[in-house]
Design a protein. Structure first.
Length: 416
């Protein structure tokens, strides 16, 4: 089997994902994706006619984010028409899956140069969500009237699931707030020390002026007292009538009838709503040698794992164990861990279950401080892990994250 190498990784700064308020919210999603594709092309003097495929991740593929964003963004970025593109959806996990799929095509020997990445403009998807809610539309498995799916695998709201998991695991409000505060501290240190400088590229407006060249979401002024004062976000939502007497809480307690839980998650210890995009260039050894490209890392192993969709957020731990087994490694071999902070309980449970050294987990902060642009986050985290391995001299990095439907993709990379 051929090796798949990461040649480069770039991303945009993350802008606040509120319509009309975030620095990127006025831009088209294709523009954001084209920005990172242009950077990959220019930074590596890439002959785009030799790009075999572009595998892109976007979770909400509707409206401006529909219509195969991978291909359309490549054309917008001035790529040769020979560079084809496709777009996938694994909810939050798509940004890892796009890299895994790209690696697979290279490792199979069928392709030599593939770009992977993702885009999500949550300022735009928020508008779509509001429009659908106003129209009375509900997602499958969430009191949708799809009796077969609701009866077999009822799926609650992710925030409500996070609160339920915290109760099941005995993780209290103080613990999740403490992790959120640490995420802000780590992100501030990373920004102050320019640890993201190698990967982050500015986003320009159509007229060439700078739209955003720095992280917009972090709140370094966050304090423990401030977090403690925030009201839990999902208590009222847990008991909201979805129709026919169904609530998000009932969807969980149908499977866990003895479980009582209350809210511990809020805006400060949940992932930030942001806009962003990322891209990685993967090639075979022959392609890299032929074109004078220096690999930065190789793909060691990847895996996918499903888990209980009722709780939805618990697949990262079994995914990490699975990919470690595939790689023939143990947790002690991993120098850099990236677990997406969708909600604080996800990362806290991950650390506890695997008994990890906290100094090796989300070293430069996570989504609670920096934000989570759904379909792009996985690709961002792989680039973040690579940058940190190079900065610290580490060898192996493992990246995983929960995804809706009770899933988690995972990947292990090795610094070269």
């Amino acid at each position: 089997m051929s090796e798949a190498y990461i040649i480069d990784a770039v991303r945009t700064p993350r802008g606040i994902g509120k319509p009309g308020k975030g620095a990127l919210s006025h831009l088209h999603p294709q523009h954001l994706a084209a920005t990172v594709l242009k950077a990959i092309k220019e930074r590596n003097n890439l002959d785009t006619a030799t790009v075999d495929d572009i595998i892109w991740s976007t979770s909400t593929q509707k409206g401006k984010q529909g219509g195969d964003l991978g291909r359309m963004a490549a054309l917008a970025a001035g790529y040769d028409v020979k560079a084809s593109g496709t777009t996938l959806d694994r909810f939050c996990g798509g940004g890892i899956s796009s890299v895994n799929f790209a690696a697979a095509t290279v490792m199979s020997g069928m392709e030599d140069c593939v770009i992977a990445g993702g885009t999500e403009m949550m300022s735009y998807t928020a508008q779509i969500g509001a429009e659908e809610a106003n129209a009375g539309l509900k997602p499958l498995g969430m009191g949708s009237g799809n009796a077969a799916l609701d009866d077999i695998h009822p799926q609650s709201h992710q925030g409500v699931c996070g609160d339920a998991i915290a109760a099941l695991e005995g993780i209290d409000r103080e613990a999740v707030d403490a992790l959120a505060l640490e995420s802000q501290r780590k992100a501030k240190r990373a920004i102050d020390e320019n640890r993201f400088a190698k990967s982050v590229i500015p986003v320009l407006n159509e007229d060439g002026s700078v739209a955003l060249d720095r992280e917009e979401f972090p709140r370094p002024e966050t304090t423990a007292e401030g977090l403690a004062s925030l009201k839990a976000s999902f208590d009222a939502l847990a008991d909201f009538d979805l129709g026919g007497g169904t609530t998000f809480r009932k969807q969980i307690t149908r499977r866990y009838p003895d479980l009582e839980f209350k809210g511990v998650h809020h805006a400060g210890n949940s992932s930030g709503v942001v806009d962003g995009a990322a891209a990685l260039l993967l090639t075979s050894k022959n392609y890299a040698d032929k074109h004078g490209l220096k690999p930065r890392a190789r793909i060691v192993a990847y895996a996918n794992q499903g888990d209980d969709p009722t709780l939805m957020l618990n697949a990262p731990v079994p995914a990490a164990k699975k990919v470690l087994e595939k790689a023939g490694l143990t947790k002690n071999d991993i120098d850099v861990w990236e677990i997406n902070e969708a909600f604080a309980v996800v990362a806290e449970k991950f650390i506890r279950d695997l008994d990890l050294d906290r100094d090796k987990v989300n070293i430069n902060g996570g989504a609670m401080a920096l934000g989570h642009p759904i379909g792009a986050t996985g690709s961002i985290l792989i680039g973040t892990a690579l940058d940190e391995l190079e900065r610290s001299g580490g060898r192996y990095g493992l990246v995983t994250m929960c995804a809706a439907g009770g899933m988690a993709p995972a990947i292990i990379i090795e610094r070269i």
